[in-house]
Design a protein around this ligand. Structure first.
Ligand code: 5AD
Ligand code: SF4
Length: 481
């Protein structure tokens, strides 16, 4: 199931239930992380009140918005290519307006308007509430830019329009921004400082999703374990909070417990965890609640202490192993995945071998692997020369991808002969006669449809597997139905 996302970044144009009174058409496309997909749902909600329904036909759109990613250069190139496509369509439909949202908007700001003549509107991740005003500006013939990062904005008061159509799984944002300052990463510059959303509004959103038949939610943030609600404000200012605010603050472990207990039949997932911020009490809450999935995405980036330090990852290899050991002690069957970067500046063969040996220790269920891509403005770009040759980065990437393939196969094979609970999400891509869903460890499971439906929890006996997929037969509804 290992994926090299940056080589094949895929856009996804999404659609919502139309409102009959809405006459204008919005084509909204998202690239990059889950947070972007979730933000696009907030944007669709804001614009639905301004008379826009979503469309999947680019040619008929009055407004085209592309929610962009800056994490690697390839991701930005993909968006530039899409702008060329929009340009071609605009020749046929000259009234169409084009806006750029997300991390590229924040990174490039008004430079975008100079570099890409097609773009009318540039809006950063904290400025989506200003979209109605900015669109008015554009309609009056002016270009419009708002890239102001906020100390407060969490969009906690907006009910996202669900663009995801399976009606089973949804994302719920809980924090925005990142304070970690990993030296390779552009996110702290494009998404600003960490702030958390009011737990009450999170619970309300989860309850609402449950009442509309959703069965699984993923709590989203760049760094979920760093969640901290003390009445609003930036995480970094918590030190100045009043004693009362400090005493009544909500941590990620308490939020997770609250969500799990508010909806005991809802599957709860979360992403992303950073090793240095993941505390034992989070793992204990996971272990104590059946509906919190046994799966953690735990990026490591490198297995070498020297690289971890240079990347400003605030933990050592040994500390990471201790965390893995604690997870496996409290949740023995926990699925674990990773992000790893190859070819960070000065990475030697020795450092690379440390990454391979770390992988051997953990034997991850799957992972996301990338060749280092220098991002303008980051600490690494300013301080370190991008000195690992491209062929070396690629070769090391192939080696870790191959090792991950072996480990994925090892992990999926452990399920053969066992019965797992699967939440049905959709038809299998390969066969219309099979359902596809995931087990608690986040591994994809396919099985014959029989009389089951999307949204059912089914016990499936696993008979076969590939490195990415478990193949089985349904043996009845699970007790969660
Ligand atoms: N080059 C390559 N990969 C990167 N990531 C973040 N920044 C870079 C970069 N400059 C990867 C990290 C992170 C994931 C979301 O993207 O592995 O965890
Ligand atoms: Fe980037 Fe590091 Fe923050 Fe993740 S934790 S978003 S890699 S700075």
């Amino acid at each position: 199931m290992e994926k090299i996302i940056d080589e094949k970044q895929q856009g996804n144009s999404l659609i919502m239930e139309p409102k009959t009174e809405n006459k204008r058409k919005l084509f909204i496309e998202s690239y990059g992380c889950q947070m972007n997909f979730s933000d696009s749902e907030i944007v669709a909600s804001i614009l639905s009140k301004e008379g826009y329904n979503t469309t999947q036909q680019l040619e008929e759109a009055d407004l085209v918005l592309v929610n962009t990613c800056s994490i690697r250069e390839k991701a930005e190139q993909t968006v530039r290519k899409r702008l060329e496509k929009y340009n071609a369509v605009k020749r046929i439909n000259p009234n169409m307006k084009v806006g750029v949202l997300g991390c590229m908007a924040e990174r490039l700001k008004s430079k975008f308007l100079e570099e890409e003549k097609i773009v009318d509107l540039v809006v950063g991740p904290d400025a989506y509430k200003d979209l109605p005003n900015l669109i008015n500006e554009v309609e009056e013939g002016r270009n419009a830019v708002n890239v102001i990062l906020s100390k407060e904005e969490t969009y906690g008061d907006i009910s996202p329009v669900r663009l995801q159509t399976n009606g089973v799984s949804a994302f719920v944002s809980i924090t925005r921004g990142c304070d970690n300052m990993c030296t390779f990463c552009v996110v702290p510059f494009t998404r600003g400082r960490e702030r958390s959303r009011d737990p009450q509004s999170i619970i309300e959103e989860v309850n609402d999703l449950a009442s509309r038949g959703y069965k699984e939610i993923t709590l989203l943030g760049q760094n979920v374990d760093s969640y901290l609600w003390y009445g609003g404000g930036l995480k970094k200012d918590f030190k100045d909070a009043t004693p009362m605010q400090k005493a009544t603050a909500t941590s990620f472990a308490s939020l997770l417990k609250m969500v799990a207990e508010a909806q005991p039949k809802m599957r709860i997932r979360f992403s992303t965890s950073n090793p240095q911020d993941m505390t034992l009490d989070v793992i204990e809450v996971m272990a104590a609640h059946r509906n919190i999935c046994n799966y953690i995405h735990l990026p490591v980036q490198s297995g070498s202490d020297k690289m971890l330090k240079k990347m400003n990852r605030l933990h050592t290899r040994e500390e990471y192993f201790t965390l893995i050991d604690n997870i496996k002690k409290l949740i023995p069957d926990c699925g674990i995945s990773h992000d790893i970067i190859t070819g960070f500046p000065t990475e030697t063969e020795e450092d690379h071998k440390d990454t391979l040996s770390l992988m051997q220790y953990v034997k991850y269920d799957f992972g996301f692997m990338f060749a280092y891509s220098e991002r303008p403005g980051t600490m690494a770009a300013r301080k370190f020369e991008d000195d690992v040759p491209e062929e070396t980065k690629k070769r090391r990437l192939t080696e870790i991808v191959n090792l991950q393939q072996e480990h994925s196969k090892y992990r999926t094979q452990q399920f053969i002969g066992k019965t797992v609970e699967v939440l049905i999400e959709k038809s299998s891509k390969k066969s219309d006669a099979h359902w596809s869903g995931r087990n608690t460890q986040n591994t994809v499971v396919v099985f014959p449809k029989e009389n089951y439906e999307v949204g059912d929890f089914v016990n499936v006996k696993i008979n076969d597997c590939t490195s990415a997929t478990l193949i089985g037969e349904p043996i009845g509804y699970s007790e969660n139905n």
